[in-house]
Design a protein around this ligand. Structure first.
Ligand SMILES: O=C(CO)[C@H](O)[C@H](O)COP(=O)(O)O
Length: 207
C-alpha cells in the first residue's frame, strides 16, 4: 500500500518545509485544496521541482470544466489530479481525456457521494486511476463519524481505491487490511509534534 501525505497548509513555503521533512517516508505528495486555492498552480510546480521522484497529487476537487482544469494542473507538473465523484460523467471523462493526453492520471474523490461503492465502479469504468473513499474535514468533525464506514464501502467496491478521512497511526493498519491501495494522511502528519517521525511510524506500520 502506498502512503500519501496530504498537505493542508496554505503557503508554498510551508508546503516545501513539510514535504522536505516527510518526503522520504511517502510515495505521493498531495497539495491540498486550500493550498492550491491560496497559492495557485505554481505551488504544484514548486513541489514537483523539489521532489521530482515523487508522485505529485493536486487536490483540485474539480466539479466542472474537467478537461480544462486537469490540463492546466498537468501542465504545472501534477501527476494526479482529483475530480469530484458528484460531478457529471462528462466532467470526469473530460479530466480523464486530459490525463491520457499528458500520460497522467485522474483520481475521483467520493466526498459527498451517498452510494460510494456503486459510484466507484462507474467512475473506474470511465477510466479513473483510482477512487478516493473520502470523509472530508467537516464530516470528520461531526458526531458519530467512523472511518470503518469508508473501509467497508471501499472493500465492497472491488476497484482500486484510496482512503482519506483522518487516517492516523492507530488506524493505518485497518486501512491496509481493507485492501486499499493508498492511505492518505493529512492531519495525522502535519499536526504531529514531529511530522517526520509521524510519517516514519506510519510507513513502518504498513507494507
Ligand atoms: O482532502 C482533504 C479534505 O477535503 C484532506 O486532505 C484529506 O481529508 C486528508 O486529510 P486528513 O487525514 O486530515 O483527513
Amino acid at each position: 500500500m502506498k502512503l500519501q501525505l496530504a498537505m493542508d497548509v496554505l503557503t508554498v513555503e510551508d508546503a516545501l518545509e513539510l514535504s522536505g521533512k516527510v518526503a522520504e517516508y511517502v510515495d505521493i505528495i498531495e497539495l491540498g485544496t486550500p493550498l492550491v486555492k491560496n497559492a495557485g498552480l505554481s505551488a504544484v510546480t514548486a513541489i514537483k521541482e523539489a521532489h521530482p521522484d515523487k508522485i505529485v497529487f493536486a487536490d483540485l476537487k474539480t466539479m466542472d470544466a474537467g478537461e480544462l482544469e486537469a490540463d492546466i494542473a498537468f501542465k504545472a507538473g501534477a501527476d494526479l489530479v482529483t475530480v469530484l465523484g458528484v460531478a457529471d460523467d462528462s466532467t470526469i471523462a473530460g479530466a480523464i481525456k486530459a490525463g491520457k493526453a499528458h500520460g497522467k492520471g485522474v483520481v475521483v474523490d467520493l466526498i459527498g457521494v451517498d452510494d460510494k461503492a456503486a459510484r466507484a465502479k462507474e467512475v473506474t469504468d470511465l477510466g479513473a486511476e483510482f477512487v478516493e473513499f473520502h470523509a472530508g474535514l467537516d464530516e470528520q468533525a461531526q458526531d458519530g463519524y467512523d472511518l470503518n464506514t469508508l473501509l467497508t464501502a471501499g472493500k465492497a467496491a472491488g476497484v482500486a481505491f484510496s482512503v482519506a478521512g483522518g487516517v492516523k497511526l492507530a488506524t493505518v493498519a485497518d486501512v491496509q487490511a481493507s485492501g486499499a491501495d493508498v492511505a492518505v494522511v493529512g492531519g495525522g502528519i502535519y499536526s504531529a509534534d514531529d511530522p517526520a517521525l509521524a510519517a516514519k511510524e506510519l510507513r513502518a506500520a504498513i507494507s
